[in-house]
Design a protein. Structure first.
Length: 154
């Protein structure tokens, strides 16, 4: 009888230890969930960016300045040539993980230019497509986030 009580007590004690270990793991997982949700929601792209748009057919590179404002997964702002001029308004912008997309309308274009970019650290890279009177324009976009306190001509 004593041997069977020891066996039962031993099984009970082991079950308690396992249960506490599982509870500890669950607490750790519970605290990691908000961090995971933040990571999955995408990074904040708000701020000033500068870089270039290289138009494939024309063979030229245009320096640009961009200011993005992100609220939740929506993006707005403005984009223009560095040094001023030809500034366009960003509309229909959204962030989906590391993907950023938006449209820009300018008086010089016959329709919206569509930007499809990918965020990697402080760089946005991708493609721009749009139309002007002469036809379709496709360009490679490369933007770098400006450090806080730096100045850029918009």
């Amino acid at each position: 009888m004593r041997a069977s009580r020891r066996c039962l007590r031993s099984r009970y004690d082991n079950a308690i230890k396992v249960g506490n270990a599982e509870g500890s793991v669950m607490k750790k997982v519970f605290w990691l969930l908000p961090c995971l949700a933040l990571a999955l929601s995408g990074a904040d792209v708000s701020g000033k960016w500068s870089g270039t748009i290289d138009v494939e057919d024309a063979g030229n590179s245009t320096p640009v300045a961009v200011e993005l404002v992100q609220k939740s997964d929506l993006v707005s702002g403005k984009i223009g040539r560095q040094g001023g001029g030809d500034e366009g308004t960003i509309r229909n912008g959204k962030v989906d993980g590391t993907k950023v997309s938006f449209e820009v309308v300018s008086p010089q274009t016959s329709g919206p230019f569509k930007f499809t970019l990918t965020l990697a650290k402080d760089t946005l890279e991708g493609e721009m497509k749009g139309s002007v009177d002469e036809g379709e324009i496709v360009g490679k976009v490369k933007l770098t986030r400006e450090k806080p306190g730096s100045t850029s001509s918009h």
